[in-house]
Structures are given as C-alpha cells and as structure tokens.
Design a protein. Structure first.
Length: 402
C-alpha cells in the first residue's frame, strides 16, 4: 500500500507539485506569523522586567494589599534577613533595595505630584538595563543628591540635566521635609504613564528625605525568566513569616493588557491562515482525486475493495501532507533567519514612546504545530472526496474515462 501510494505521488508530478505548494505556503505563513508574535511578546516581557519590575519583588506582609496607603507601616526594617535567603538561591543575577515614596517635585514656579524611588545605582544598572536615558546619564553612587527624572515629568516641568529641583514630602513621623536635588539624567521606560510622574534618587538620599532606615521592596533579577515560579516557591519556603512575594506578571498590568491585545490581533490572523490552508488543501485534493476517478475504478475492477481504494487515497494524502509540511517548515526557517538578520521596525506599543525592532523567532512548538497543521489539514481535506470515490459504483467510475 505504501509503495503504491509513493509511486502514485511521484507519478502525478504536476498535481502533486500543486498540492505540495499549497500545503507548504500555508504552513510557512503559519510558522512565520507565530514566530513574529512570539518575538513581540518576548521583547515586551523582557523590556517590562528589565525596566522597572525585575522578576520578583519581596514586600512586608500586607503592603501589596494596602494599595499604597500607610506605606511606612510596611517597611522592611532589616533587609539583611531577606538578602541572606536570596544569597542561597541559585539563578539570582542581581537584587536591589528600593524605597518608594510620593510627594511633590518643584522647579522654579512649577510644582507637580511625583512617584519617587530610592535605588542602589550599581544594582539597578543590572535590573534596569532596558531603561533608556534620553538626556544626561543614569544615577551613580557618587550622585548622592542627584535625581533621574522620567521623560514625561521632565517635559512637564521643563527640566534638564544640571537643573536643581526640590522634593517635598511627609516623613515617617508625619513632618514635612524637603531637599534639593540636581537633575543628572532623563529616562524613558516602557510605560508612558509611569514616565509622566516618576523620578529616582539614591537610596541613601531617599532614606534621609523620608527620615527612615527601612526599605519598601527587595527587587530580584533572575538569569532566566523561566525560573520565576520555581524561585518564588523556594523563597517562600525559606523566608521567615511576615513577607510576601509578587512576580513580575502579577505587577505588570501594562504587559498583560498589551499582550492580550497582540494575541487577539494575531490570533485572528492565524485563524485566517488556518482557514486558507484547510480550504486550499481541500480544494486541491478534491480536484486531484476527482481527476483520478477512472484510475480508482480500474483498481476496483481488478478486485480491490472500496476500503483499499479509500486507504490508498488517504495514505497518498498523508504523504503529500508530510512532504508539504516539511517543505513549508524548511522554507519558513530560512525566511525567518533572513528577516531576523535585517529586523522589522515596529511602532511603539500602546502607552509607550519607544519603538523596537522585531524579528521572527524559530519556536519549536510553533514548528511542531505548523507541521501537524499541514499533515492533518491534508488528510482531513482528502477524507470526503476519498470516501465518495471509494463508494462510487465501478461502472460509473470507469465511465468517467470514456
């Protein structure tokens, strides 16, 4: 059966080539669109992690649920307890202390509300590698009273590196405090909304400004995003009571919403490709089998059963599907590598000012699904015409050749 099916496929070269082309084109389009979507989501995820959030954030129990109210009640007074546990966990690339605060930033006669972070410059340079400096430079350990200002906040206040701004806030004791800071740089993250209110100063200056020695958060960066859940479980098992851990995907509402938008858009595109593959292959297989009706009638006249004819047509279709899917897979990989070497300029995502260069990722799961799509679509497209031909009376099948 398999030998006869293979000889039929090779004998009907024109028809086989048309069917193979339809299968290969559909499979290649599906794989390329899947790799494109995978790259966009990967870049968006990593930019989110490496601009603000890290992979994991450790808080004092209850801080996340408080939604920012009474922040001084949820400070970590002794960060060394957390850092001792982190040091024993494998896969941690960096960790940093942060102190979050809110207040007002003023420049000349302008005054705006701000969201501030006290950071450790050296550690944050690893965690925030996706932050873009549009003016000046990032905070350095020597910039004790330096400040990095978000791009939107910088435009609103019309400040630039070298200007001096004043930060005003209520301390942990409820008293008002203010300190002058020199603008050392203007930064841009993935979120336009965050940049419109954010600024960063050194942790030492933030603790002085807030009159506290505690921190709000211990941020953890891993060497592999896939280790996030396992590392979180290990930390929870090792930390003493009184702490909670949030992963990047729980904190990244911007990523979640944008990823959902891209998945809906490209999911619709992939659905269209899937329908085109099914219709194209089904039409090609129907035409091919219909033209060979007399041939199948001769087989029946020579003593072959209708089930044999049906099985032969299905096996031929499976061979064509496998060959076409392999051809489409190989073509897609070559095209993906060629396009990735050049890159695809993309506009900024929603709520962002930064565009990016997309590539087409070669994803094993997408390759496997694309191959299965070509094979299954071809077999399914051949089932109905094969069944009809196998059930056709021998005389009617032979009369088609007269």
């Amino acid at each position: 059966m398999f030998k006869l099916a293979f000889r039929n496929v090779m004998r009907q070269r024109t028809r086989s080539a048309m069917t193979l082309f339809a299968i290969a084109l559909g499979v290649a389009c599906f794989i390329l669109s899947g790799g494109f979507v995978a790259d966009i989501l990967h870049q968006l995820r990593e930019a989110t992690i490496h601009s603000q959030l890290g992979h994991l954030q450790v808080y004092k129990q209850g801080r996340y649920a408080s939604n920012g109210s009474h922040p001084f009640d949820y400070l970590i007074d002794d960060p060394s307890v957390v850092e001792h546990v982190i040091a024993q966990i494998k896969g941690v690339a960096a960790h940093a202390r942060r102190l979050d605060f809110t207040g007002l930033v003023s420049f000349k006669r302008g005054e705006l509300p701000m969201i501030g972070e006290g950071i450790e410059p050296d550690a944050e340079s690893k965690i925030g590698s996706a932050i873009t400096m549009t003016e000046g430079h990032a905070l350095r350990p020597a910039d004790k009273y330096g400040v990095m200002v978000g791009e939107g906040l910088s435009k609103a206040l019309q400040v630039h590196p070298g200007d001096t701004v004043n930060l005003v806030l209520a301390t942990a004791d409820g008293a008002m405090n203010t300190l002058p800071f020199e603008v050392v740089g203007v930064f841009r993250t993935l979120s336009r909304e965050y940049d419109a209110r954010a600024l960063r100063i050194t942790l030492v200056a933030a603790q002085e400004l807030n009159a506290t020695s505690g921190i709000s958060t211990e941020v953890i960066l891993l060497d592999d995003t896939a280790k996030t859940d396992a590392t979180r479980t290990a930390l929870l098992a090792s930390l003493p009571p009184g702490f909670e851990i949030k992963s990047w995907d729980e904190l990244a509402s911007f990523y979640t919403n944008t990823a959902a938008l891209y998945r809906r858009q490209f999911g619709f595109l992939q659905a269209i490709i899937l329908v085109m593959v099914l219709l194209g292959v089904s039409n090609s297989m129907t035409m091919t089998l219909h033209e060979r009706t007399t041939e199948f009638g001769v087989l029946r006249a020579l003593g072959r059963k209708s089930t044999d004819v049906f099985a032969l047509a299905v096996v031929e279709s499976a061979m064509l599907g496998a060959l076409g899917a392999l051809a489409g897979l190989a073509f897609a990989v070559v095209v993906a590598l060629a396009i990735s070497a050049v890159g695809i300029p993309m506009p900024p995502p929603p709520n962002s000012e930064s565009g990016f260069v997309a590539t087409i990722r070669v994803v094993p799961m997408v390759l496997a699904f694309g191959f299965a799509l070509g094979l299954v679509a071809t077999v399914c497209g051949a089932l109905l015409p094969s069944w009809r031909i196998a059930r056709m009376p021998i005389v009617d099948a032979l009369s088609r050749g007269i």
